[in-house]
Design a protein around this ligand. Sequence first.
Ligand SMILES: NC(=O)c1ccc[n+]([C@@H]2O[C@H](COP(=O)([O-])OP(=O)(O)OC[C@H]3O[C@@H](n4cnc5c(N)ncnc54)[C@H](O)[C@@H]3O)[C@@H](O)[C@H]2O)c1
Length: 298
Amino acid sequence: MKKKSILIGSNGYLGKHLAFFLEQEGFENANFDIHPQAATGIRNYKKIDITNENDFFELNPDIDFIFFFAGLTGTSAGFDDYKKFISVNEIGLLNLLNWMRKITCKARIIFPSTRLVYKGVKNTPLLEESPKETKTIYAANKLNAENLLWMYHNAFDIDFTVFRICVPYGNLFDARFSYGTLGFFLSKAQNGDDITLYGDGLIGRTFTHVLDISDAIVRAIQNEKTKNGIFNIGGENLTLLEVAKLVAEKFGVGIQFTDWPAMPLKLESGDTIFEDTRLRSVISLPYRHSIAQWIKDF
Ligand SMILES: NC(=O)c1ccc[n+]([C@@H]2O[C@H](COP(=O)([O-])OP(=O)(O)OC[C@H]3O[C@@H](n4cnc5c(N)ncnc54)[C@H](O)[C@@H]3O)[C@@H](O)[C@H]2O)c1
């Protein structure tokens, strides 16, 4: 039987790719986001504002999964826009949880969390239970959201699965766009500018192609063992310097090292390298894409 789902945040970077993947995998999926129009390629779409609790009562509760990929992301932005961050990232989730509680919706919530909930440790892979540290409003929102999911499961039997994602890359819809630090490297290099790295650039990250993320999520949730658990999604482990070198080589630019500015240094997580043995104990993970190849083909 076809799995039924709704995906909230389908106009976003991860949501768009997941919507595409769900359709390919034969899910009967309905898409939602705050924009009046669906992003290109997104079908079966309606508008929702997750900060408005009444909007949830328009949803069809006869579903297996709710992919909750709407949110606000950012590092220092959260200090200025703290009300908005709490409203979207925490109250938005609480609106969903309370709607499910009131109408006894039996769907499972699939929630994307982040590397930023971890206290980074030099050259040490992070397990799901590794120590936590939240240096930004966004990181605190995400850790709190994980706690809210557990709390509503405990009190009201609402099921969830959390996937912690480190650094996604790749884009099926807009080849010129990539997220975060890698996006910054690429846009500098494409303009013919040298890439600037703070400090020695030897900070480690796990990079995962957005389609490998979608694939891991969609396969993992179909295994009952992922119910009410938290799972790191793995990938390739590289330092920012290694990635900068790949980009610099591709575009023929140099790499400049500069001292850390005070605030970015305070907010920096340190190495976040993901150990994904928990997820691998449930599904096999081929991680088909390679960042070196992706940059080469850019
Ligand atoms: N991109 C990453 O590096 C990364 C890593 C880990 C976790 N995540 C999490 O994954 C989720 C999706 O991230 P993304 O990279 O696709 O972000 P994104 O900003 O591209 O997408 C977020 C989407 O949420 C929608 N949205 C915002 N406010 C809304 C509201 N009030 N009602 C309905 N929709 C609303 C936006 O319109 C947008 O389409 C977020 O929760 C993010 O925290 C992202």
